[in-house]
Design a protein around this ligand. Structure first.
Ligand code: ZN
Length: 210
């Protein structure tokens, strides 16, 4: 097992070390040389290592089946917490889960990961263009993504990729101002960062704030 894969993996680690660890895992994935095969031996070792889990990061991503988060960051059992919703849309359950991981488990890094050609963002764009609104709880996804689409400009030829990026940034901004996260973020103990996954290359690129 690579020593580089575990550098940030300790309770009370820094946001910077956690982010470096995640991105190192993505480089192993992209290079076709993952060290974690997700076999039961690793699962058993993680379960036996201690009475409690000690993840070092939480990743919030989309439900898209082409973006399996543990795989694209080459992470083993016990390393990261993963939350997935359509278009990484927030709701109370998602926010409460992140608050738990940060507040109770001491995780220093929250990564919001969008991806190219996101169907959820596409659905919001379709709804805005058509003036229609889906029924059921699907409406919640569209409503939460719509502001990013509007900001990107529904008539812009590049609206979808632009809206995907804006939606990541909006999600990051919302989490940074969360009642239970704002303090640790301001103190530098916790970082909330945004990233984008490229379906074609497997690479994760960080998005600058803005
Ligand atoms: Zn998606």
């Amino acid at each position: 097992m690579s020593g580089a894969s575990g550098q940030g993996r300790q309770a009370g680690g820094t946001p910077r070390a956690a982010l470096a660890d995640l991105l190192a895992g993505n480089r192993r994935f992209v290079s076709g040389q993952p060290v974690h095969g997700h076999d039961v031996t690793e699962a058993a070792a993680a379960a036996a290592a201690s009475g409690d889990q000690q993840p070092y990061a939480v990743v919030l991503g989309c439900i898209d089946s082409r973006v399996p988060l543990e795989a694209i960051f080459d992470q083993t059992f016990g390393a990261i917490c993963v939350i997935r919703t359509g278009g990484h849309v927030l709701d109370r359950a998602v926010r409460g889960s992140i608050e738990y991981v940060v507040g109770q488990l001491g995780v220093p890094l929250v990564l919001v990961l969008g991806h190219e050609r996101c169907g959820a963002v596409g659905a919001a764009l379709d709804a805005l263009r058509s003036g229609g609104r889906p029924g059921g709880s699907l409406a919640h996804l569209v409503d939460e993504i719509a502001p990013a689409v509007t900001e990107a400009g529904i008539d812009d030829p590049a609206v979808l990729p632009l809206a995907i990026r804006r939606h990541v940034r909006r999600t990051v901004h919302t989490l940074r101002e969360d009642a239970l996260l704002a303090g640790p973020v301001a103190a530098g103990r916790v970082a909330v960062v945004g990233g984008l996954y490229d379906l074609a290359t497997g690479e994760v690129a960080l998005l600058e704030a803005g």
